[in-house]
Write a protein that binds this ligand. Structure first.
Ligand code: ATP
Ligand code: MG
Length: 193
């Protein structure tokens, strides 16, 4: 799964400037499974960082509620969650809480991922979804959030951030609940162009 996700990262960087939807690898997914798999794959990092620094990270997932299945590329969506989780861990050098919340309204599934970390300045927040924006010097490439943004918009969704210095950050994602028919029509539309 990690190797597949790495391959998908390279593809997603190439996808970044794509404006039409690429439905390759789409399947019907329960977003709660993707969140759980992303948490599981990053858990060694949580444990190692906590152990090395003598700190605690808490996971709050009680607000992860049942939502309709979405048609998506699961590898790409896992990459979005993994990038957000890794940033949250980096932003909490003293430990803290990462919270996940899911709900839906009409034809839209909503996901928020919050942390109780350092937060970001207005300037960083303004450009966080642009490529090569990093405050991590040589430790960060500044591609995590631009890749995530490209993936979410590529799925016909929206991604936003709110943050307050010293309090934490919250990333909000909206994804359309779409049917197999919608997806097939979108693919067909692209082939005909
Ligand atoms: N949860 C967060 N809390 C505080 N700052 C954040 C958070 N998420 C992102 N940022 C800020 O946004 C910048 C860009 O994030 P992004 O994930 O794109 O790049 P990066 O983490 O620096 O490098 P990488 O490409 O390795 O992910 C980060 O360097 C950091 O300053
Ligand atoms: Mg990052």
């Amino acid at each position: 799964m990690a190797a597949d996700d790495g391959v998908e990262l390279s593809r997603s960087m190439l996808d970044f400037a794509r404006t039409t939807e690429d439905t390759t690898g789409y399947s019907s997914c329960d977003i709660r499974d993707l969140i759980k798999q992303s948490i599981d794959s990053t858990m060694p990092k949580w444990r190692n960082m906590a152990k090395a620094k003598g700190i605690n990270y808490h996971l709050k997932s009680s607000a992860v509620c049942e939502v309709p299945a979405i048609l998506c590329n699961p590898t790409k969506l896992r990459l979005v969650f993994v990038n957000i989780i890794n940033n949250a861990l980096d932003a909490m050098p003293e430990g803290g809480t990462i919270g996940f919340c899911t709900w839906f309204s009409g034809d839209t599934v909503f996901v928020t991922i919050s942390d109780t970390g350092e937060g970001m300045t207005e300037e960083v927040m303004k450009y966080v979804f642009d490529p090569f924006i990093t405050t991590k010097d040589f430790l960060g490439s500044g591609l995590g959030m631009s890749t995530a943004y490209g993936i979410i918009t590529g799925h016909g969704g929206k991604m936003e951030v709110e943050s307050e210095i010293g309090k934490g950050s919250i990333f909000s994602i909206q994804l359309p609940v779409s049917t197999e028919v919608d997806c097939a029509e979108r693919s067909l539309g692209r082939e005909q162009k």
